[in-house]
Design a binder for this molecule. Structure first.
Ligand code: ZN
Length: 157
């Protein structure tokens, strides 16, 4: 993989949706499956979308070698305004999952959707992904931090 890209579903915090609903939207847009590889629900549950060996459809023009993860939420309730309203459980899952993905594809750059040329004006992923990425990398580059093995063993809640 060349990139691991984080997205937001751009839905309201009150909307408890997951991969099934997003798949329906993407099918309606003419995709043949949900565009993301993984979806993180409001309660932190990780749901699988496309398998990793199937190219995603989540960053127009930059889909090859690009693994897509979608956090559910990201719009201020009842508006179109981007807002970091993701739950602690979602951030916990994102971090835990990124430990595994970063170990699997250490060469892949961890970015947010609006990193890509032509996509800068998008609010997606609706949080400060650069800060999150920097904090994440700082933590994994500090072996043998005890949290790393715990996360791999699934013991970290
Ligand atoms: Zn996006």
């Amino acid at each position: 993989m060349r990139y691991i890209t984080i997205h937001a579903s751009a839905t309201f915090p009150s909307m408890d949706i997951g991969v099934d609903e997003i798949r329906d939207w993407h099918l309606a847009r003419g995709f043949n499956d949900v565009g993301y590889h993984e979806v993180i629900r409001r309660d932190g549950t990780l749901e699988l979308g496309r398998p990793a060996h199937i190219q995603g459809a989540h960053v127009l023009g930059f889909n090859p070698g690009n693994y897509g993860i979608c956090m559910v939420g990201g719009l201020k309730e009842g508006t179109k305004t981007p807002e970091d309203n993701f739950t602690a459980a979602q951030y916990q899952t994102l971090r835990k999952r990124m430990v595994e993905l970063h170990a699997k594809w250490p060469e892949a750059e961890i970015v947010g959707h609006n990193f890509f040329p032509g996509h800068e004006s998008r609010g997606c992923p609706c949080f400060d992904w650069r800060q999150w990425r920097d904090d994440f990398l700082a933590s994994v580059n500090d072996p043998p931090g005890p949290w790393y093995d715990e996360a791999r063993l699934g013991r970290r809640t």
